[in-house]
Design a protein around this ligand. Structure first.
Ligand SMILES: [Zn+2]
Length: 312
């Protein structure tokens, strides 16, 4: 009889349990649209330029034009906001005038309007809400990635130890790290301390917060200190920001190097860059769910959406 009474009461017990859970448990995080993710990112597209598809995509058309983006990536880890690259900043016109020699200008340019990351953040009241950018991490120090550095004087600027050599000896031109952007004595540089800890096939890594959410890895070749950033967002999806190791995911999948003339100008070490691309292709085969995000690839970035849209 006692057993029968128990079974009769089971539905009531379940309803009671469910009601108490509803009343006692906290509301699930980030349920409503517009709420910020705990771990996520937003793409700040600071500028773009139309280029021939063949330059960015193996076997692409010579007549069709596609967008090459100049993007910065705003990364949110709980209450901390980081920038991975800065794209074009407020002083880009003067910087370009000073450090891009005239003969290169027809081939390496950006188009108006420039929307610096700092402006985009200010426009939504980011700083007024007492939020700050504590750290800027550069995938590498080239002009189209470091252009907004001076707009974030409060941030520490983190680069690979191998990139510090370029930072100390700036160069001009399309594959340059420009004095007009990185030469200021006021910039608070910090060299990343990688550990001999393997991560997804990379022999060295740096788990920035110690929780596996933001992991940096060296990817030398395009510049000696080029790095990539793995981010695991709220949904569990992993994104891999690869800077300029490859300009498009299509090129990674094809295992194709950059167009030779472009590679000669911008890749510090073409063979090493190609090895980095091959490693990326292998990683994609092992983890087909991984999403690669090259700094300039509009075909990847358009579907993800742009700031103030967050990828969570
Ligand atoms: Zn570059």
């Amino acid at each position: 009889m006692r057993l029968r009474a128990f079974f009769l009461n089971l539905p009531h017990l379940l309803i009671l349990g469910w009601l108490s859970l509803l009343l006692l448990s906290p509301r699930p995080a980030a349920a409503a649209a517009g709420e910020l993710p705990e771990f996520g990112f937003a793409i700040l597209k600071t500028s773009r330029v139309a280029v021939r598809e063949a330059l960015l995509v193996p076997g692409g058309s010579l007549s069709k034009e596609i967008d090459s983006n100049f993007s910065a990536f705003l990364i949110k880890h709980r209450d901390e906001y980081l920038l991975f690259d800065t794209g074009m900043g407020r002083q880009i016109d003067a910087q370009y005038h000073a450090d891009m020699p005239r003969p290169w200008r027809p081939f390496f340019k950006y188009e108006a309007p420039v929307r610096p990351a700092r402006d985009q953040l200010e426009q939504v009241g980011f700083f007024a809400q007492h939020k700050t950018i504590s750290r800027v991490i550069l995938s590498h120090s080239h002009w189209d990635h470091a252009g907004g550095l001076l707009d974030f004087p409060e941030a520490k600027v983190l680069v690979s130890p191998a990139e510090m050599g370029l930072v100390r000896q700036p160069t001009r031109g399309p594959g340059g790290s420009w004095a007009s952007q990185i030469g200021s004595a006021a910039i608070a540089w910090e060299a990343l301390q990688f550990k001999d800890q393997a991560y997804k096939g990379y022999t060295q890594s740096l788990d920035l917060f110690g929780d596996g959410r933001v992991v940096l890895v060296p990817m030398p070749g395009h510049t000696p200190g080029s790095i990539g950033l793995f981010l695991t967002v709220d949904s569990g999806q992993v994104y891999f920001f690869i800077g300029d190791v490859a300009w498009t995911v299509a090129a990674v999948k094809a295992g194709a190097p950059k167009f030779w003339a472009a590679s000669a100008l911008v890749d510090a070490h073409a063979e090493q860059t190609q090895r980095a691309v091959a490693q990326l292709r292998d990683l994609l085969r092992q983890e087909p769910g991984l999403v690669l995000v090259p700094a300039h690839d509009s075909a990847v970035q358009d579907p993800l959406g742009y700031f103030p849209n967050w990828v969570r």
